[in-house]
Ligand binder design. Structure first.
Ligand code: DGL
Length: 264
């Protein structure tokens, strides 16, 4: 039996996973959350899979040792290797790509755009999971080598961000006139308004909502929802904690109860 009082773990290569924390705090305000953002090693999207695996194991081990009752891998890049990670840990791990792919299948979309890190797009994991549920859905992906790192910097330079968005999304639109676009990197919903500014008619799919719902379903099934009214929020990062405070404010998160610099 899982102790309901234990925290939910959330991890990402950097600040991106705060978009998942936003949805968790909205639907599960009583849960304690422990977050790990590996900003010292961000971006992950340009690294080898063995290096990403090694860094991800360090975060999962840290969160497990700190009592996580489950961990949401709020990073698409890491989630593409969730099947390789799961057997290494004895607690529940919820990947974000599976949750987003389930949404696309459930909505019955016949085509969808995907902007993500180069690693995520090259892995083909989105295509494979969507095609498992709907073999006829056309998935048109384009990797961005820059956007996650631009966002993780935390200065939100409008010109640089919009230029990178339009470069990659125009490439998708040149191949297929998609009306739905998966923001396949957790950093991207932080700059959702830049996407809206560049593509006002596009329906943006934010996988964070789906992942928060999956966490809620798992905890409800296990009878492990925390009954307290308001949970704590602990942020651990290998990078600059001030960026987390700033982005947390931008996203309207509960203020962090604790902010720690941790090198794992
Ligand atoms: N936020 C991560 C994702 O969802 C990756 C960003 C990166 O580290 O490259 O893919």
């Amino acid at each position: 039996m899982i102790d309901a009082k234990r925290p939910i773990g959330v991890m990402d290569s950097g600040i991106g996973g705060l978009t998942v924390v936003r949805e968790l705090q909205r639907i599960l305000p009583g849960e304690d959350i422990i977050y790990f953002g590996d900003s010292a090693n961000c971006p992950y999207g340009n690294k080898s899979s063995d290096r990403i695996f090694e860094l991800s194991c360090n975060m999962l081990r840290f969160l497990g040792e700190n009592g996580a009752k489950c961990t949401a891998i709020a990073c698409n890049t890491i989630s593409t290797m969730v099947e390789r990670l799961r057997p290494c840990f004895d607690y529940k791990i919820i990947g974000i790509v599976e949750c987003a792919a389930d949404y696309v299948v459930r909505e019955g979309l016949d085509k969808v755009g995907l902007i993500a890190t180069e690693f995520t797009v090259a892995s083909g994991n989105y295509d494979a999971l969507i095609h498992k549920g709907n073999p006829d859905c056309r998935v048109v992906g384009k990797g961005s080598p820059l956007l996650a790192a631009l966002v993780d910097r935390g200065d939100f330079n409008r010109h640089d961000i919009n230029l990178e968005i339009t470069t990659q999304v125009d490439n998708i639109l040149a191949r297929e006139k998609v009306e739905n676009l998966i923001l396949g990197c957790t950093h991207y919903p932080i700059v959702e308004e830049n996407f809206r500014e560049c593509y006002p008619g596009m329906k943006l799919i934010n996988p964070a909502l789906e992942q928060a719902n999956a966490v809620q379903r798992f905890l409800a099934e296990e009878n492990a929802l925390n009954p307290q009214a308001k949970g704590t929020f602990t942020i651990c990062t290998s990078g600059d904690p001030q960026v987390y405070v700033n982005v947390g404010k931008r996203l309207g998160l509960f203020e962090a109860s604790e902010l720690k610099v941790v090198h794992i």
